[in-house]
Design a binder for this molecule. Sequence first.
Ligand code: PLP
Length: 387
Amino acid sequence: MRRIYLDNNATTPVLPEVLEAMRPYFGERFGNASSIHHHGQETRAAVERARDSVASLLGCKASEVVFTSGGTEGDNLAIAGLTSAGDHIITSSIEHHAVLLACKHLEDVDCELTYVPVDGRGLVDPDDVRRALQPNTKVISIMMANNETGVLQPVEEIARIAAEADVYFHTDAVQAAAKTPIDVNLIGCDVLSISGHKMHAPQGVGALYVRKGTHLQPLFYGGRHERSHRAGTENVPGIVALGKAAELAMQGFQRGDEKKMSALRDRLQQGILAQVEEAGVNGDGAPRVPNTSNIYFDHIEGESMVISLDLKGLAVSTGAACSSGAIEPSHVLIAMGLRSDRARASIRFSLGKQNTAEDIDIALALVPETVARLRELSPAYRSTASM
Ligand code: PLP
């Protein structure tokens, strides 16, 4: 059976060029990047080359890039590293759990939290952020692109509000990096997190942009790696891979790859909506990253749909991978005002660089027939259909 993977917001396959770039650092180039001998110098040079590449992707200086173990660590380091007891944090109700639960923990240890809502399209209103400011507000953390809907937030405007109030602005750009161009100076953020495995590098590596002069407390104590922002021997193969993935992403932007991807995504979305009734796009009308489409199919159970499609070789998801299998409907879709049955009937399709037009053709053949069969099996649907 041919397997088609449209769950690239959960994780992406490592691209062959990325694998080739990292391979020597598992073998002959094994040195600890802190060692002063030849082996260490070789890996140090590779780490610094990767830092330059990540800095180019983000539009910052290499000295402002801190390598991490991924998005979760970057989000935690940003939020916990900028706050202490008594501080007020503003975030949104649709953040990834890496932000939401870091904030919840800080709330438990004496920080104050405000969660701004989103509208029906999944957008934060910057005025809500402005209104939430307090004299003790220390950091605003609003994601750049949502992992479930792909909706892009008005981060530039929020950054301006933060700067005017002299408050730090962190944005979780894990689902935006390599999908849409990022320039930290155009955004105006102080801290920004990215993750390797969402951009065709391996799992377990990421980076945090930390604007020069930002005082960030570390999460880990140990060696003085990463300018004392992140103790721990560097994951050299992972860092090299992230650097290569950043280079490939920039080459992709030069070729206009994101336009090709949004054309494929739009064909999938329109093709599904043309064939399936009582379906619609969550986040419609808002700007979105080019690879994501979150679609509700009324009268089905999202989990049943994921399993049925998987049996036919198509991998999709009901939302955040980390909460798949949980009975709770997506907090993102609920925050957007969806009824819980509609939130449970929603499926996320997310494309990656490896997907082809043929993949979309196959998905377009599989999805409508699967929805029809599941609705056929649903007593609730049969009774409304026969009315
Ligand atoms: N933030 C967002 C928006 C995500 O989608 C994810 C992963 O799904 C993370 C953070 C966590 O990243 P990682 O898996 O690298 O820890």
